[in-house]
Design a protein. Sequence first.
Length: 493
Amino acid sequence: MRIAVGALLFEGNTFSLSRTTIQDFQSHYFFEGEDFISSLRGGEIEVSGAISVLDAVGAEIVPLIATHGGCGGTVMRACFDELKNRLLARLDCGALDGVFLALHGAMICEGTENAEVELLEAVREKVGSVPIVITCDLHAHITPKMISLCDAIVGYEHYPHDDVFETGVRGAGLLVKAVSGSVKLSMQMKKLAMLVTPTMAGTRADTPMREAYKACRALESLPGILAVSYFPSTPWAERPDGGTAFVLVSDGRHALQDLIFERLCGDLWNERARFLPQLTTIDDALQEGKKIDAGPIILSEMSDAVGAGAAGDSAYLLQKYMTSGLTESFLVQIVDAGVVDLARARGVGAHIDCQLGNKVENRHGAPVSFSAEVLGFHDGAFIYSGGPMAGTSSTVGAAVVLRHKNIVVLVTSRPAYEYADEQYAAAGIDVRGFKFVVVKNPMNYRQAYSWAPRLYALDTPGAGRADLTKLEWRQCVRPFYPLDDSVTPIYRD
Ligand SMILES: [Zn+2]
């Protein structure tokens, strides 16, 4: 059994002003050639899971490329072309029995309506009719075209994403069964015209996604059903046909298919109001937080989450805190390469006056005048403790820690997906020493900081805004929830 294995992941955001280049992929994980299998065998990501399965059956693995660009604004065409061509070139390797690909499923790229479809079309043309199985983040934008181009799609079951390896195992397991002829893969999808804000759609908490998780796991115990996945998608990668999809993979067309989709979609739709976010204003969070006799109080500025594709350079909360009059300690992370350079030119212990943040995302405030002491520098490297890039190394680029009175800012040169507190910790910052700590992600903070006395999901502006009704929608075809409503489900067909 000769199986090609690759990964090309990126989560896009159409509301973001940032742009994504090959450096963004290289600053996360990027494996190709000689070190592909040896580096990823025994690892934590999808390809590692696939390698485990293929090793178990003695398959020959043909390595393609494996990379994750994190999240951000539109991927530049030259970047996508390079990644696509490098992956395709490695398919020129003689006859294959199958292809395993880990994709995110929500890349936004210049010059194409759907980067994953473009990639899958090219792969299918190269390999012919052999089985292609792909794994996707549950924030993927799944389309009928994607369904037609591969044999099975398997999504992460968990959000926060702590089952990336396991998803690779499940996908590769299906592929091995299909190649060996023990099953005949059949795949169908159904999509609701409903977008949900990720902060309300975890699969561990008491949410409708938890109910969908349980329903899908139960269905997978039935004869003939191989995988049932849900894709609420990322709402910030706007598409005309955006929505929440369910995908059913069965051994041949399943007799209960229509009933299954009707039940899954209907149940989720009926609970739609529970997806509306419960958010707090920064003023209320600070007033309530200061009365709590413990710390840190976690302030999630999810609207600037790099993991949602925002630029990570918002100084909105810094500005708010500086004018709040509060004297408690406060910690925030802001991307601003120019300020890092300025601080490096001056050195540790120097005082600098700078204009900080709000430079890429410039629609919600000007750069903040910040006068600070340079506390120290860091090269920005860190290793993810969990999540979709668990165990892999990444970097926020050269970084500097600045202090102004009670306020400490970690200023970094590059945005990087935030899983837990790895980026603060790598810079030598202990979040437990602060009264208020700003995090910039919509979901993982609940897990990473579950020990903190209070966590606030803030209603702040930005490309990852949690209140979807406040975004400037341009493409998504109406009607769709939550901008529109209906007693019965609205479907995309
Ligand atoms: Zn995701």
